[in-house]
Design a protein around this ligand. Structure first.
Ligand SMILES: *[C@@H]1O[C@H](CO)[C@@H](O)[C@H](O)[C@H]1NC(C)=O
Ligand SMILES: *[C@@H]1O[C@H](CO)[C@@H](O)[C@H](O)[C@H]1NC(C)=O
Ligand SMILES: *[C@@H]1O[C@H](CO)[C@@H](O)[C@H](O)[C@H]1NC(C)=O
Ligand SMILES: *[C@@H]1O[C@H](CO)[C@@H](O)[C@H](O)[C@H]1NC(C)=O
Ligand SMILES: *[C@@H]1O[C@H](CO)[C@@H](O)[C@H](O)[C@H]1NC(C)=O
Length: 245
């Protein structure tokens, strides 16, 4: 792992919230740096797992109007409404707007890992959303205890997607207003996507992402079960810097 901003004058405490962002209204300077994984618009996702290593805090001492967020999420083929677990620097408030708070916000520290597991309950079409936060060095020093949580989510009640199956998985940095990518590289480990397909090229060719900024990924490896589900694994996906590779 590349160390990020080792000389911080202030440590930003990040908060953890799970949100569904629906219509993106007029958010100033809304910018995404993301990569996506998926087996195509017909292959529904049945599981998406990832472990985010929280980057160093931003050197900006005031997070007001300096929105920085990271999230793993999924969206259907014909909609850009995202089911996402958001880590945001906007303490006490949602980092996305409009958003529905599904869980209480929790404090996390740079160096903590956040493992997210989205699992489709295939017979009833609901999703289990579970997470575990493991403190890193700073979290330990602050006396943080490991914590986790989860809930079941019925996409049929999402007024944006109306229950359309998710087919694209995203690992994303999101910036708004005065937010800039000034917190170093953002790493996800043990990224696993399971989809209803026997195709595998999407895995070995993936993830996909823009070429105008710097990200890297381990080679994709896969296995296909007798239930026609292919599981794809990336040991590491790193969003390195906003500058071109
Ligand atoms: C989300 O929670 C925050 C803090 O608890 C609260 O200020 C905000 O109004 C909530 N947002 C929504 C959309 O419920
Ligand atoms: C959008 O970004 C520009 C350039 O950084 C900045 O000058 C402007 O204030 C930002 N707008 C808002 C509403 O934050
Ligand atoms: C996979 O897709 C096929 C064809 O649409 C469907 O019959 C099957 O139930 C799906 N399996 C899962 C686990 O969604
Ligand atoms: C199995 O996978 C194929 C190829 O991706 C897909 O077209 C088909 O619908 C799937 N069938 C079942 C029964 O899951
Ligand atoms: C961009 O990516 C390459 C690997 O593809 C890496 O060697 C380089 O250090 C990266 N640059 C930045 C600024 O992260």
């Amino acid at each position: 792992m590349k160390s990020t901003l080792p000389h911080l004058s202030a440590i930003l405490l990040l908060t953890f919230a799970s949100l569904i962002s629906s219509t993106i209204g007029d958010i100033a300077n809304l910018t995404f740096y993301g990569v996506w994984i998926g087996a195509g618009p017909q292959a529904i996702i049945t599981k998406f797992e990832s472990t985010l290593v929280l980057p160093g805090g931003s050197p900006d001492q005031s997070p007001t109007h300096d929105v920085q967020a990271f999230w793993p999420g999924m969206e259907p083929a014909k909609s850009n409404a995202v089911f996402q677990n958001v880590i945001t620097n906007q303490g006490g408030g949602p980092g996305e707007c409009p958003a529905t708070n599904l869980t209480e916000q929790m404090r996390v520290w740079p160096g903590d890992t956040v493992k997210n597991v989205f699992t489709l309950d295939i017979p009833n079409g609901k999703w289990y959303n579970n997470w575990v936060v493991t403190p890193g060095e700073q979290g330990n020093a602050a006396g943080q205890q490991p914590f986790g949580g989860g809930f079941e989510f019925d996409p049929a009640f999402d007024t944006e997607t109306k229950g359309a199956p998710y087919t694209g998985a995203l690992l994303t940095i999101e910036l708004q207003e005065l937010g800039t990518w000034d917190f170093g590289s953002v790493m996800w480990q043990n990224v696993i996507l399971e989809a209803n397909t026997t195709e595998t090229k999407w895995c070995t060719d993936g993830p996909s992402g823009p070429k105008n900024w710097n990200w890297t990924a381990s080679p994709g490896t896969f296995s296909t079960s007798d239930k026609n589900l292919t599981t794809c694994y990336y040991a590491m996906i790193v969003l390195e810097s906003p500058n071109p590779n």
